[in-house]
Ligand binder design. Structure first.
Ligand code: SF4
Ligand code: SF4
Length: 122
């Protein structure tokens, strides 16, 4: 109920054309920059889960993307090791193939996890 009320309050102060042209342009330029730097187009929908090996697929991709978005691989590697148990990391993927057909973004999850593992697990 609390979230519903927050949503209603938010909806009441927003609407079509509520932002100025400069605000819209700023938002678009930031969004463009984020998209340019995003390596894996994961939407964090979790449809690929659960992974039988326990890999936290969207989290692995999130750390990987942030490493390039913020241009700071060491910091994101630190967060990856802090935030994920070893059993949840990309290195645990056995390439069983269960996840890929479930991904609406058609991400080649196994190959992308390999890149994540090469960047963070070595
Ligand atoms: S391919 Fe890898 S990440 Fe995907 S379900 Fe199998 S073990 Fe998990
Ligand atoms: S199903 Fe695809 S888009 Fe969704 S969380 Fe998994 S990898 Fe990301």
């Amino acid at each position: 109920m609390e979230q519903l009320n927050e949503n209603i309050d938010s909806a009441e102060i927003t609407g079509i054309n509520c932002m100025s042209t400069s605000e819209t342009k700023l938002l678009e330029s930031v969004a463009k920059l984020f998209l340019q730097r995003t390596r894996i187009n994961c939407t964090d929908c979790h449809y690929c889960l659960p992974c039988p090996s326990g890999v936290s697929i969207p989290d692995c991709f999130d750390y990987y993307n942030k490493a390039y978005i913020y241009d700071d691989i060491p910091a994101e590697k630190f967060r990856y090791h802090l935030g994920l148990q070893e059993s949840e990391r990309a290195s645990q993927c056995t390439r069983c193939g269960t996840c890929e057909p479930k991904c609406p973004q058609q991400i080649p999850i196994m190959d992308e996890l390999k890149k994540v593992s090469e960047l963070f697990d070595k």
